[in-house]
Design a protein. Structure first.
Length: 217
């Protein structure tokens, strides 16, 4: 098994996103590259590479001649991204051979039943959702579609971390994942796709409720 090592740029990206999630930066404000490089103990070249990478993911804005700025992120931005990834995942399910869906359906149901309806941290929900959806899409034969979903999912999770901290508590519903699995067990792909879209949309609503509750009155 090969061991994946992060480049310095990737390490800086990870550190920046951890700090963004912790609320260390004021979104919408200009970034002082010199001060940030000193603060993080890195040179400006890999820092700039990390900042450029994060602009491609929508976390940072870059203005010609004015440098970088923390991109303001709204719940509406997040909801739009969810609409896109829900559509992409639905297509992936529809492209998956029926026999493959039938094979993974019991495993999906087992995962769903192991995730009880309750309150959990944002990080915990992300881990479970990623595991469930990874298995759900594991039979998708379209490589380019899989790559697009992976890229969108990474951007989505980073957007989410701009809105809520990994420790924020969010309601979770096991029944939504159960509906997807049960539809596949019954061989009803369209019902599974409908349940998949509902899972994404309901999850977005729950996250937005947490964001609204955090705002000062």
């Amino acid at each position: 098994m090969s061991i994946q090592r992060q480049t310095l740029r990737e390490q800086i990206e990870t550190e920046i996103m951890d700090r963004v999630g912790a609320g260390d930066f004021d979104m919408g404000t200009a970034i002082n590259e010199v001060a940030l490089s000193v603060e993080m103990g890195v040179s400006r070249t890999p820092l700039r590479e990390a900042l450029i990478s994060l602009t491609q993911q929508g976390v940072i804005d870059r203005e010609s001649g004015k440098g970088f700025r923390w991109a303001p992120v709204s719940a509406a931005d997040f909801a739009e991204m969810v609409q896109i990834i829900a559509a992409l995942e639905s297509l992936a399910v529809q492209l998956t051979p029926p026999e493959v869906l039938a094979d993974i359906a019991p495993k999906l149901l087992s995962q769903a039943l192991g995730f009880t309806a309750s309150i959990g941290s944002s990080a915990e929900l992300d881990r479970h959702d990623d595991e469930f959806h990874e298995l759900l899409l594991s039979g998708n034969p379209n490589r380019r579609l899989a790559e697009s979903i992976a890229s969108m999912k990474l951007a989505l999770r980073r957007y989410e971390r701009l809105l809520v901290a990994s420790t924020d508590l969010i309601e979770r519903s096991a029944s939504e994942h159960e509906e997807i699995a049960n539809a596949l067990l019954a061989g009803d792909v369209q019902a599974a796709v409908t349940a998949l879209a509902a899972n994404w949309n309901n999850g977005t609503s729950r996250l937005i409720e947490v964001v609204a509750a955090k705002r000062p009155a």
